[in-house]
Ligand binder design. Structure first.
Ligand code: TXA
Ligand code: MG
Length: 331
């Protein structure tokens, strides 16, 4: 068995595997991570192989305290101190300039490094037992849906991972918010549970919002895989649809005998011979918690298409809409 319940003995075993340069998947509050010793370039290269991820896409290094920022970052600006003091441990990753000794394998060849202190008892106990930084991207194959429970990791990576620590379902359900503090202006690289407004309130300044469609994003410089247009995607083609167009779209697909999965928000569509429906929670936090599991469920049913009913587009839903846009084509 690759997957073991994350008790103290399992965590000690996992820390030993990390010391040997092996790969350990572990739960965080956002999604499961695929961990390796961040100071060991060979171990880090195994992450890229296991995920099928291009080597120039940087990883986030997980640390067990705010003080550990100094082990990895060349300097820790006031903004980083403020944000870490307020939100760590928590679903926020900070991009800072790296120390020269940090292996370039971790940062995808860049001089900046992503750092985060996760808010999950298993992740924190593992970090403390291991004693160093753990590089960990989401534990899925490149461009696929992130895992939010141990069984998803097993489905995604199977033999490629040495051990999976089972710590139950992830509470947040979407990846951390990423704020880049390496330049003159703070930038939001990836929206998450901690919102733009939460961060602006602490920094007392506006964030530059970087998205693939933003004027600030130079397509040649987009290094964050989270910013690639097709990402977090199910294998089944998926389409994001406004509520008022759903009946008509579903009728048209039914006429063509297509098997449809619907990730429903408010619509009153009902299941029939061709349609499977998952009804999503009305609150953003709960929606995020079950989003990836629900997409995975529909993806496993061998359907012709997954329709995703557009949820609200307010600030609280920014992270969800970001992931939905990347997982679907827009109708
Ligand atoms: O919630 C999370 O952050 C999860 C859990 C496991 O902690 N991790 C995660 O890792 O989502 P990953 O590798 O799937 O996504 C990390 C994102 C990528 O888009 C990566 O390019 C970006 O962080 N990133 C990391 N270091 C960076 C850097 N130096 N500059 C710009 N982007 C960076
Ligand atoms: Mg990922």
């Amino acid at each position: 068995m690759k997957t073991i319940f994350a008790d103290d003995a399992a965590i000690d075993h996992a820390a030993n595997l990390l010391r040997q340069g092996r790969l350990v998947a572990f739960p965080t509050e956002t999604v499961y991570g695929l961990g390796a010793d961040a100071s060991n370039p060979d171990a880090v290269r195994r992450i890229f192989l296991a995920k099928g991820r291009p080597a120039d896409h940087p990883l986030i290094v997980h640390i067990s305290s705010v003080d550990s920022l100094n082990d990895w970052a060349l300097t820790v600006p006031d903004a980083a101190q403020l944000l870490a003091a307020r939100f760590w441990p928590g679903p926020l990753a900070l991009i800072l300039n790296k120390k020269p000794e940090v292996p370039l394998a971790v940062t995808g060849g860049q001089n900046t490094i992503g750092l985060r202190m996760p808010d999950h008892p298993v992740a924190l106990r593992l970090l403390r037992a291991f004693g160093g930084g753990i590089a960990a991207p989401s534990a899925n194959r490149f461009c696929r849906i992130s895992p939010t429970q141990a069984s998803h990791v097993e489905e995604e990576l199977g033999e490629a991972v040495d051990l999976i620590l089972d710590g139950g379902a992830c509470q947040v359900g979407v990846e951390s918010t990423i704020v880049d503090l390496s330049g003159n202006q703070p930038k939001l690289l990836r929206p998450g549970h901690i919102t733009r407004l939460d961060i602006e309130a602490v920094l007392q300044t506006e964030l530059v919002i970087i998205s693939p469609r933003s004027e600030h994003a130079n397509p040649l410089e987009i290094r964050a895989p989270g910013m690639i247009a097709v990402h977090y995607a199910p294998v089944t083609p998926a389409l994001l649809c406004p509520t008022d167009r759903l009946p008509e779209i579903m009728q048209e697909l039914a006429l063509r005998n297509k098997k449809i999965g619907l990730l429903a928000y408010l619509s009153k569509q009902v299941e029939n011979r061709l349609t499977r429906i998952i009804r999503m929670p009305e609150q953003a936090d709960e929606y995020a918690q079950t989003l990836y599991k629900s997409l995975r469920q529909l993806d496993s049913l061998h359907l012709d298409i997954i329709l995703v009913e557009q949820p609200p587009e307010t600030e609280a839903w920014r992270a969800i809409n970001d992931r939905l846009c990347k997982a679907t084509s827009v109708y």
